[in-house]
Design a protein around this ligand. Structure first.
Ligand SMILES: [Zn+2]
Length: 674
């Protein structure tokens, strides 16, 4: 050996400055071999099955592989090179095939089942009990107890689902791209903002054409529907958008029918009532019926405000509106009512001061100190490194990197990721490590980076995920930190956003970068009022998607209900402010639900579910004080520290003393009293 491979040895301060693309392949190959060997040792352990030789071994056998692969994946997203990308793309299929083969591994299943039948297993409590139960359930949900014919059937269904859901997504992409509209007469551009006109001009030029080219891609389509005065063109674009993937070679209608059929059959084969119950069994909602009741109660409380918003808009427009008119008139109404320009807030949000204020807030609430440390190796000179320590004992809970600005070698968006999951070993606490990344507006000239309010919320959001990871105190690694149910994971992140709307919190960090003055009261009030403009319509739209999703995965029966597109249209109509056209087929391009074997299928309700959780949990801070240490410590010890060590519904109750109450969300949206 000439040189040690930095990916082979787990180190708390990751030597990012030493890791190179050529380390990836040998390290991953070696660590896969070691993980397989560990797995063999687990299944062939001599003597009786114990917690240690079965569950603890299962929890840790692949730690070094996950550590190394996590770093590689992270570097590929923040500091990619052609060599690194090639090495990552080569390693990835092998690593994911290895992990997805585990629930189908018969010998491993026998080891777990044998252990689960021991007296020791039967006496387990708390986190250990939960880990065993979840592991056994997970094997069963992957067909571990089916007979050989059943297993074959399940495998064939999964293969077909993977293929046709991929095809579903491709059809949406292709049919989206196949539509375009070029405007040659400048007069027809009336209403569009200059940025949209410039983009359309550039789009036409990129195709070697004159005029202004529009497509169904998000920014282009939204600009047309929001601003364009020409109603006929808006209508044409709307009809194209809502009939995508319904004709010719891109027709998703037969695929949609088949996906629903396969999902029904799969749920039945595994002993579930329907696909929603199969998907939700390990989520906070547990049952499709529960998720549906949740949506229904929100709908009931939103309807009156929805109708009055629609009446007000029609009165404003002076006409009955079609779907291609709604966004257009709503924008005109918004301007007339608020005249609020989000850019006015930017000077009050210099990045450094936002981040410092955020650390101050969590310090007050959770009894921690966040301290920057310099001289730690990172992947880019723009990266900063911080430690989260106990304010009194100075104990290190975890450390994290921040990387806020865009670069050419970095992917878009904002995200949090974990690098090391800490745990107690012997008596020694090994801390967590993680990161948060964004793509915020970088500083220009000698001005600091000035953020939008949405950017500020994003930073708080990702830091909430990071705290969930770094403050975790769970003895089972697989249940630690953010490894929680899908409809629970956004609670720690979304709740943080609430502090960005509180005067007292904003005054800590929102200071004009030149004058140091606070956000003027009038601007603050405009910002609050604009937040809830047409909130009922926004909510009904999300509810309609949640309802159609659950209806298709719980109630829809092709024999009695006929065509799934017409069935879905009929449901969506009940939530629409205006009559949907007869060929409306939005469901045929709904990739959230159908472009993955599971994806958001039967899970679309989670968006609203998570909003209810964060609004409701934050109501305790509102009542008891947004900097109340006791409330903060309870949130920390009952939610943030607990990961998935207990049923999330129990964790929630332990903090709130009751089940979630949707009224807090309605109140925040300004929908409670109307
Ligand atoms: Zn999130």
């Amino acid at each position: 050996m000439s040189e040690t491979n930095p990916l082979l040895e787990e180190q708390f301060q990751i030597p990012f400055d030493q890791i190179r693309a050529e380390h990836v392949e040998p390290a991953i190959t070696e660590l896969l071999t070691r993980a397989k060997k560990q797995l063999d040792e687990l299944v062939s352990a001599p003597g009786p099955r114990t917690w240690q030789n079965t569950m603890e071994a299962l929890d840790h056998f692949a730690d070094p592989l996950e550590y190394a692969f996590g770093i590689v994946k992270h570097l590929e997203s923040v500091a990619t090179t052609p060599e690194l990308r090639a090495a990552f793309n080569k390693a990835q299929p092998e690593v994911s095939a290895f992990f997805s083969s585990l629930p189908l591994n018969d010998a491993l299943w026998r080891a777990v089942r044998t252990y689960s039948e021991t007296d020791q297993a039967k006496a387990l409590t708390g986190t250990r009990r939960r880990f065993l139960t979840k592991t056994v359930d997970n094997f069963r949900r992957h067909g571990a107890e089916l007979d050989p014919a059943g297993k074959k059937k399940l495998e064939a269904m999964d293969v077909e689902l993977t293929t046709i859901t991929t095809k579903f997504g491709e059809n949406v992409l292709d049919s989206t791209n196949s539509w375009e509209l070029t405007i040659d007469d400048e007069g027809n551009l009336a209403g569009l903002p200059p940025s949209a006109v410039d983009a359309a001009r550039a789009s036409a030029a990129s195709k070697g054409r004159s005029g202004w080219r529009f497509t169904l891609q998000g920014p282009s389509y939204v600009a047309l529907m929001t601003y364009l005065d020409n109603r006929e063109i808006r209508r044409e674009a709307y009809l194209a958008q809502t009939t995508r993937a319904t004709t010719g070679e891109h027709d998703n209608r037969p695929i949609l029918a088949r996906i629903l059929e396969l999902r029904r059959a799969k749920a039945a084969l595994l002993g579930f009532e329907d696909f929603a119950d199969f998907v939700l069994v390990d989520r906070m909602a547990h049952k499709g019926a529960h998720a549906e009741e949740f949506l229904a109660s929100l709908r009931e409380k939103t309807e009156a405000a929805f109708e009055s918003e629609n009446r007000e808009l029609e009165a404003f427009a002076g006409a009955k509106l079609d779907p291609w008119d709604v966004g257009y008139y709503a924008e005109k109404q918004r301007k007339e009512l608020y005249d609020f320009d989000e850019e006015e807030l930017r000077p009050y949000f210099p990045l450094e001061s936002v981040v410092r204020g955020m650390f101050e807030i969590v310090g007050r609430l959770y009894g921690v100190r966040v301290v920057e440390r310099t001289g730690v190796p990172a992947w880019d000179s723009a990266v900063k490194y911080y430690e989260i320590r106990d304010e009194r004992t100075d104990a290190l809970y975890g450390a994290f990197y921040t990387d806020w600005y865009p670069r050419e070698n970095k992917r878009g968006g904002a995200w949090m990721d974990s690098l090391i999951t800490g745990l107690i070993h012997g008596d020694i606490w090994h801390p967590h490590a993680g990161l948060i990344c964004g793509n915020l507006t970088p500083p220009v000239g000698d001005k600091p980076a000035l953020l939008t309010h949405r950017d500020v919320e994003t930073i708080f959001h990702e830091f909430g995920h990071l705290l969930h990871h770094c403050l975790s105190q769970v003895e089972v690694r697989s249940l630690a930190g953010t490894s929680v149910a899908w409809d629970f994971v956004e609670l720690p992140s979304q709740i943080m956003e609430n502090w960005c709307w509180e005067r007292e919190a904003l005054d800590l960090f929102a200071r004009h970068y030149e004058t140091g003055e606070r956000i003027p009261e009038e601007l603050f009030r405009k910002m609050l009022r604009a937040r809830n403009f047409r909130a009922a319509n926004a909510q009904m739209r999300q509810l309609s998607f949640g309802f159609v999703d659950l209806a298709l995965h719980r109630h829809y029966d092709p024999a009695g209900d006929g065509d799934a597109v017409a069935y879905s249209r009929e449901i969506l109509q009940r939530f629409s402010a205006s009559p949907l056209p007869p060929n409306h087929a939005m469901i045929a391009s709904f990739t959230h639900l159908f472009a993955n074997p599971v994806g958001y299928g039967a899970g679309y309700y989670s968006y609203k579910w998570a909003e209810v959780l964060d609004a409701d949990a934050f109501s305790r801070f509102r009542h008891e004080g947004i900097f109340n240490r006791r409330t903060g410590m309870e949130f920390r010890t009952r939610i943030l520290q607990r990961g998935d060590s207990e049923d999330p519904a129990e964790l929630y109750r332990s903090f709130m003393g009751r089940d979630p109450d949707p009224n807090a969300l309605l109140e925040r949206n300004g929908l409670l009293t109307q």
